[in-house]
Design a protein around this ligand. Structure first.
Ligand SMILES: NC(=O)c1ccc[n+]([C@@H]2O[C@H](COP(=O)([O-])OP(=O)(O)OC[C@H]3O[C@@H](n4cnc5c(N)ncnc54)[C@H](O)[C@@H]3O)[C@@H](O)[C@H]2O)c1
Length: 257
């Protein structure tokens, strides 16, 4: 019997089969969980196609986190089809190109506002709209994906600032959702080659440094450690952990050189 047997999990952020959310969806199914998937904009048709490979009966619902009506429709749709949720994966990040320019002084406020809205703030309306469903779940758990914001990285720039906001928001969401018995945590992942990662100019710098320095080593093409650790947080095996950031990075964060 898998550790997610009987659990209904909402998985956001599957763009293609390289997405961290796709690897996580596979592990959730392998552990006996059921998934409801969301897709975004023009990527929805690709999302539907790759998800069908996992299971042709999986629903793909539309969610643009910048559109408040989508959250309302999503909650209504899950309410009528499933009646509850036991877990949610927030695997959503976006920053306009100016935010990832080598110079920090190129992005204008509108660019930065978009990066923060999509990559950090969106966790709040997601939790707010889904709380009635999560309250009916068993040991409900929300997990979002983070990239260590305790240091400045080459090229990550305003996306790094958005991740710092996400790390803080994680703690505030844990306070807020705790009274309803809902856990909120982040997985701080090492670099993995995905579409989102391709837009980060300094990504190849991270790749080399990570593989050489991480005590356990690191493979940028293997999302499985991130997926398995996310599954652990979604399961009942972290019953008293919330507001936490779990590093799944081969131990890179713990060593200086
Ligand atoms: N790949 C890495 O190295 C890495 C490392 C640490 C954390 N992360 C984080 O993991 C998460 C998933 O990214 P990924 O690397 O799997 O890349 P990805 O490109 O596969 O996923 C990013 C997802 O964000 C979605 N998205 C963008 N704007 C959206 C919007 N307005 N509404 C709804 N969805 C929207 C995209 O459709 C896509 O599914 C992101 O938060 C990313 O920052 C990635």
């Amino acid at each position: 019997m898998g550790i997610l047997e009987g659990k209904k999990i909402l998985v956001t952020g599957i763009l293609n089969d390289a997405s961290l959310a796709y690897a996580t969806a596979k592990e959730i199914l392998a552990e006996g969980g059921e998934i409801i998937v969301t897709g975004f904009g023009r990527g929805m048709s690709i999302t539907s196609r790759v998800v069908k490979r996992l299971d042709p009966t999986i629903e793909v619902l539309e969610l643009d986190v910048a559109n408040n009506d989508h959250f309302t429709q999503l909650a209504t749709s899950i309410e009528s089809s499933h009646g509850r949720l036991d877990g949610v994966l927030h695997a959503i990040g976006f920053a306009p190109a100016a935010c990832l320019d080598p110079s920090m002084f190129v992005a204008q406020w509108e660019d930065v506002a978009t990066a923060v809205q999509i990559s950090a703030y969106s966790l709040a309306p997601m939790i707010s709209h889904l709380t009635p469903l999560l309250k009916r779940g068993t040991s409900p758990s929300v997990v979002a994906l983070d990239f260590d914001a305790s240091q400045a990285w080459p090229g990550y720039n305003w996306m790094g600032v958005a991740k710092a906001a996400l790390e803080s928001l994680n703690r505030y969401m844990a306070r807020e959702a705790g009274k309803d018995g809902i856990r909120v945590n982040l997985i701080s992942a090492g670099p993995i080659r995905t579409i989102a990662a391709k837009s980060v100019g300094g990504f190849s710098d991270f790749e080399e440094v990570w593989a050489n320095r991480a005590p356990l080593g690191w493979t940028v093409t293997d999302p499985t450690p991130v997926a398995k650790s996310t599954v652990a947080l979604l399961s009942d095996f972290f019953p008293s952990t919330t507001g936490e950031i779990i590093h799944v990075d081969g131990g890179f964060h713990a060593v200086g050189a």
